[in-house]
Design a protein around this ligand. Structure first.
Ligand SMILES: Nc1ncnc2c1ncn2[C@@H]1O[C@H](COP(=O)(O)OP(=O)(O)OP(=O)(O)O)[C@@H](O)[C@H]1O
Length: 261
């Protein structure tokens, strides 16, 4: 049997901010259908790695491949168009807009024919139906009214809308930056379930998180980042949270069983 090919890879990524080297020949691999957690101490370079992959920064050196083909994104829109959706901690939702409008910002559906092409009239019904379908596919229909303003939703529901939007449009990869950081226990639980639902639909997820119990609960593999590069990748079934923290902080060296960096 041939080994599965990674859907997204990065090799030798370097990113410098003046005299600070945020990424120092960093590598990364994401396989189809997995949840890959990326963990590391503060300043290890996790956000920079994710920004490089999602087009928010352009690396100084190195190569990124999506489905085996080299890509060079110069903006998040280019990465999004290629099928890489990122949900940042700040969510980038517009509070005053409805759930439907938030799902479609920048990619609205226009009425067919002249109305849509010339007068750019929105097809609200098509957008509402699509939003309702996507939210219910992911079990998010506790949100009753898809025309409700996002500012009236709880933190967990907002995260749900952001993840549903990413799942609806992120055909290839979804990157989640600290999706449970601002949430309570029950809301975090729901978001973790949602992440597993998205994986079950075949979309691989990159999960950046400082929350070790959450990482160990859902991740298939854990990428440990230290001093600007991938130190190792561990199997959460074979290591404890204390092992992961010791590796992150440099208190311990990678075990032979960990995938080589
Ligand atoms: N725009 C920037 N300008 C200057 N230095 C930066 C910039 N962005 C990141 N850095 C530096 O690059 C290094 C890596 O930062 P990065 O945010 O990628 O780490 P991180 O692992 O995501 O940290 P945290 O967990 O604290 O968010 C840090 O030393 C940081 O100060």
């Amino acid at each position: 049997m041939t080994a599965p090919q990674p859907i997204l890879t990065a090799r030798g990524i370097v990113k410098r901010y003046g005299r600070v080297t945020a990424l120092d020949r960093a590598d990364f691999d994401l396989y189809p259908g997995e949840i890959l957690a990326v963990i590391g101490d503060n300043g290890a370079g996790k956000s920079s790695l994710i920004k490089a992959i999602s087009g928010a920064i352009t690396p100084d050196e190195g190569e990124i491949r999506l489905e085996g083909k080299p890509v060079r994104f110069t903006s998040p829109i280019e990465a999004r168009d290629a099928g890489i959706e990122t949900v940042y901690q700040t969510l980038a939702l517009s509070p005053a807009l409805s759930i439907t409008d938030n799902m479609f910002v920048g990619r609205e559906i226009r009425k067919p024919g002249v109305l849509g092409t010339w007068f750019r009239i929105l097809d609200r019904k098509a957008m509402e139906d699509f939003a309702r379908d996507k939210l219910s596919e992911l079990g998010l229909m506790t949100i009753q009214n898809i025309n409700q303003a996002v500012e009236t939703l709880s933190g967990g529901q907002r995260q749900g809308v952001a993840v549903a939007r990413a799942a609806a449009f992120g055909s290839k990869v979804i990157i989640l930056d600290e999706p449970t950081a601002a949430l309570g226990v029950n809301e975090s639980r729901r978001v973790l379930e949602l992440i597993c639902d998205v994986r079950a639909r075949g979309i691989p997820i990159v999960l950046i998180s400082h929350n070790m119990p959450h990482v160990f609960e859902v991740a298939d593999r854990i990428h440990i980042h230290r001093l600007g590069r991938r130190l190792c990748v561990i199997d959460p079934g074979e290591h404890t949270m204390s092992d992961a923290v010791a590796l992150m902080t440099g208190a311990k060296e990678p075990p032979a069983s960990a995938q080589a960096a």
